[in-house]
Design a protein around this ligand. Structure first.
Ligand SMILES: [Zn+2]
Length: 515
């Protein structure tokens, strides 16, 4: 297997694939023969409104992630990404969001999704609630009141911050058991993880939310089979396929049970679109590739590229839908950078960067699974892990043979001995592993937390012109509501006024849920 470096011929083939769809479907209807088209070099026709809106978020996707997913796609499955094809297509609008929150230049997912979902900046860890506890109306509720159907699809718990930002309202994003109740009757299609927030035997209050959703007319699905093999896709659908988050794609790909029981993001997106599409007044669907963010927090290069490809497959499903449903606006973006992975120049004249990168294809497990396997070696009597054992586990699961000293360093952490790590963000197992594996796969990381970068945004379909420049995150709400003929304006709080609430918010377990 070789990386097809700068493979522009392949890109053009991909571009044609998308463009063909655009010309016959989206383009034909959306851009058609309008006189305005002649004066718009990108082919954008301003002023049209979409019937349907699909808003897709690869959570925590630093710009290095799609840059790496493209050659990785060629490497492991012989094709590139929709992200690159869209980016290279002049008819697609390309812009950025400034995602700062009310409390920090660096947002968390709760404040990020709330900014899109309510048009107001809130403190990190809050979902559509201002610092003085004023509750905001999320865009999902507004869309629903306007007669549109609403869907949320994610690879995290369905009650996690990004989906919740479109349809829930809680001061503390950790209150996922409350978010699970708030969706009832307000969101038509819910697909993701998080059984623990719906099942009576997991909830502290003993409520059986699966039962309550069923009584409210939702079809409840708990396995991939149940989801995929129904003759008619129900109008109201709650599908929850794992106790917590859905597994990383790399772990699912290497586990027959997970492959059988858990649907992919692309499969869930297809079902959600099948369910929502018959709506006469259109729909608002948010789709999140949520574990890209988790892989970044874990400095896990193999996990991040596999999950980005899974997200990209879901983008492909949305593009396919648009061919038959041209009155659809597709926005593809992320909510913040995270640890900003990048492939470093390796070796003399960077001559070994490619072969380092190709090692990612040999990985068979996430760093989380590797850590779990190493922990198991300690056994009942908490034995030390030896350097040889660490070498064997990491060779078989990460496809990388560590140097003796590095293997010893990893092994020592299981006995509580840590090296003097100068970057404090990396003073933990994943930070250490990320750096040590980076010596072999070439991928470096800034830390293990979110970053303040402006985030890239792609948009195609009626209304795409709203997403063609650098915008403030809250502008997304103004644009999306405007495109849905919704006039609601939520209250806002200035950064100056918010300052008086900052200290109190910090005391309220401020960072506990900011993962
Ligand atoms: Zn996020």
């Amino acid at each position: 297997m070789m990386i097809q470096q700068g493979d522009w011929s392949r890109r053009e083939v991909l571009g044609l694939g998308v463009a063909a769809g655009v010309t016959m479907g989206v383009g034909g209807a959306a851009w058609g023969d309008s006189a305005a088209q002649a004066s718009m070099p990108t082919g954008v026709v301003a002023g049209r409104k979409p019937k349907n809106i699909i808003f897709m978020v690869s959570d925590g996707m630093s710009m290095g992630v799609p840059s790496l997913a493209e050659p990785f796609g060629h490497l492991v499955r012989g094709r590139g990404t929709h992200w690159m094809a869209l980016s290279a297509d002049a008819r697609v609008s390309r812009g950025y969001f400034d995602m700062a929150s009310l409390s920090s230049l660096v947002t968390d997912s709760a404040a990020a999704s709330s900014s899109w979902g309510s048009g107001s900046r809130v403190f990190n860890h809050c979902i559509n609630v201002l610092p003085d506890k004023t509750e905001l109306t999320p865009i999902g509720a507004l869309a629903k009141s306007a007669g549109r159907r609403v869907g949320l699809v994610t690879t995290t718990t369905i009650t996690h911050a990004t989906p919740a930002g479109f349809a829930a309202c809680v001061y503390n994003r950790g209150d996922q058991h409350i978010i699970a109740e708030q969706y009832l009757g307000k969101v038509d299609v819910l697909l993701g993880g998080g059984v623990e927030y719906f099942a009576a035997d997991h909830r502290a209050d003993g409520k059986d939310l699966f039962n309550e959703y069923e009584r409210a007319g939702y079809a409840v699905r708990k396995t991939r089979d149940e989801l995929m093999h129904t003759s008619r896709v129900p109008e109201r659908l709650l599908g929850v396929f794992h106790r917590g988050h859905l597994p990383y794609t790399i772990d699912q790909n290497n586990d027959e049970t997970l492959k059988r029981d858990v649907p992919t993001l692309a499969e869930m997106t297809r079902i959600a679109l099948d369910s929502l599409a018959p709506s006469s007044k259109g729909f608002l669907l948010q789709v999140e590739g949520g574990r890209v963010d988790h892989a970044a927090h874990a400095n896990d290069a193999a996990a991040i590229v596999w999950d980005q490809l899974a997200f990209d497959d879901a983008v492909g499903v949305a593009l396919e839908f648009m061919r038959g449903n041209p009155e659809t606006l597709l926005v593809v973006t992320t909510d913040h950078g995270n640890a900003n992975p990048g492939l470093n120049g390796m070796g003399p004249n960077y001559s070994t960067s490619n072969e380092c990168f190709e090692r990612l294809a040999e990985a068979k497990a996430s760093v989380g699974v590797i850590r779990h396997e190493l922990r198991k070696l300690r056994g009942e009597d908490e034995d030390a892990v030896t350097a040889d054992e660490a070498t064997d586990v990491i060779r078989s699961l990460a496809g990388i043979t560590l140097e003796k000293g590095d293997a010893q360093t990893i092994a020592n952490t299981f006995s509580g001995t840590w090296p003097n790590e100068l970057n404090h963000q990396h003073r933990n197992f994943v930070g250490l592993m990320g750096q040590i594996l980076g010596n072999h796969n070439g991928v470096g990381w800034t830390g293990v937390s979110h970053t303040a970068d402006w985030v890239p945004t792609l948009a195609i379909g009626p209304g795409q012109e709203h997403f063609g420049t650098l915008r403030r995150n809250t502008d997304a709400f103004v644009s999306l509501t405007g495109l849905m003929d919704i006039t609601h304006v939520n209250p806002k709080m200035s950064p100056e006024k918010a300052r008086q609430y900052a200290a109190a918010a910090r005391e309220e377990d401020y960072f506990a849920h900011c993962a």
